[in-house]
Design a protein around this ligand. Structure first.
Ligand code: MN
Length: 350
């Protein structure tokens, strides 16, 4: 009598372990990722990095590999938990753009099965009301990414504006302050940053306070190299820092390499280089201008090749720090000829 349940249990264990063993053996036999798995990897990775150009390619490959629109959408929605709403929302908007492009080319992608619905209407409405109070606007109809991927809209309202904002301890204004600060520190979150600046003002933050916040965030950025010493005021305007990385004494007198950090509004005077100069832009936003030509906007990753004897200046944007590495060639021991300062009129012209 007592043996029966035991043997039943043993039998059940056999079934379970036998099944797991088989599944494990199958996955061990597979040495490489299949097409569907290969599609998920770059979609998730480029969403996390916020590289929307490369994400476009990955989304196309996912759809071409036979993933449904709803399945890809589900990967992008899941990413909010790991990479935050800005990255997830940017990726969903990118998927919308990709689908429109494909439709225009006559490609019809399958919608696929619907996901399970675990929405909590009470919580949703609580979050919606909090958001309406924060933004000062009634929400009449979902648009954009929220309409296309209702799950992200539910998670925004239920998880963020009901669960998290409902916990107290911090005022809504303090929570917005934290949000705007995080978004200011994140590359590629400008649409969300602008939206939250508006919400922040609605929660009572002033323009001056928001500008102060931006300065603190930018000041906390970590450069690859230390900022070095203040640059001489006779050749630079505003607050500029120089760090010599390789001096002519170390390069047979041929060239020098240095990192230049310009605080917002900081810039060089007009100047020329006898054998030219290369700028590798590593942080923030800045400008490069040759005499008589329109200024070129610069950002992280840009390279500027400055020809010899061309009069020019470089520096930060008015509202952003800017860092570049400069490689400057020497001729007869000379690397630069300094000219007049870039006046406020010249700087404010573009
Ligand atoms: Mn220069």
């Amino acid at each position: 009598m007592q043996q029966k349940p035991a043997s039943l249990l043993t039998g059940l264990c056999f079934v379970i372990f036998g099944f797991i063993g088989q599944a494990e053996a199958q996955s061990m036999n597979r040495q490489t990722l299949n097409a569907r798995q290969q599609a998920i990897v770059p979609i998730a990775a480029f969403t996390a990095r916020g590289d929307l150009d490369k994400l476009k390619g990955a989304l196309n490959e996912g759809l071409d590999a036979g993933m449904s629109i709803n399945e890809i959408k589900e990967v992008l929605v899941q990413m909010y938990a790991y990479t935050g709403f800005p990255r997830s929302l940017n990726a969903i908007n990118t998927l919308i753009a990709v689908l429109e492009e494909r439709q225009a080319k006559g490609i019809s992608d399958k919608t696929g099965e619907k996901p399970a619905d675990f929405s909590d209407k009470n919580k949703y409405n609580k979050g919606r009301k909090t958001l309406e109070t924060l933004s000062g606007r009634k929400e009449t109809k979902l648009t954009g990414a929220n309409a296309f991927a209702p799950a992200i809209d539910e998670f925004l309202k239920e998880h963020l504006f009901a669960d998290i904002f409902g916990r107290g301890l911090l005022t809504h204004q303090e929570r917005e302050l934290a949000t705007i600060s995080a978004l200011s520190a994140l590359d590629g979150a400008e649409p969300q940053l602008n939206a939250h600046k508006t919400i922040g003002k609605n929660a009572g933050l002033t323009e001056t306070q928001i500008n102060e916040l931006s300065k603190i965030v930018q000041g906390g950025q970590k450069s690859i190299y230390p900022r070095g010493n203040r640059a001489p005021a006779e050749w630079f305007s505003g607050v500029v820092w120089l760090n010599s990385l390789a001096s002519p004494a170390e390069t047979e007198g041929l060239y020098s390499i240095g990192q230049v950090t310009f605080e917002a509004g900081g810039r060089t005077h007009w100047h020329t280089h006898p054998i030219g100069q290369i700028l590798l832009c590593t942080e923030g936003k800045g400008w490069y201008q040759e005499r008589g030509k329109p200024a070129r906007a610069l950002q992280k990753g840009d390279v500027v090749v400055i020809p010899k004897e061309v009069e020019h200046w470089h520096g930060a944007a008015a509202d952003s720090q800017f860092v570049h590495i400069a490689i400057t060639n020497n001729k007869d021991g000379n690397a630069v000829t300094w000219l007049n300062p870039v006046t406020n009129e010249e700087y404010g012209r573009f």
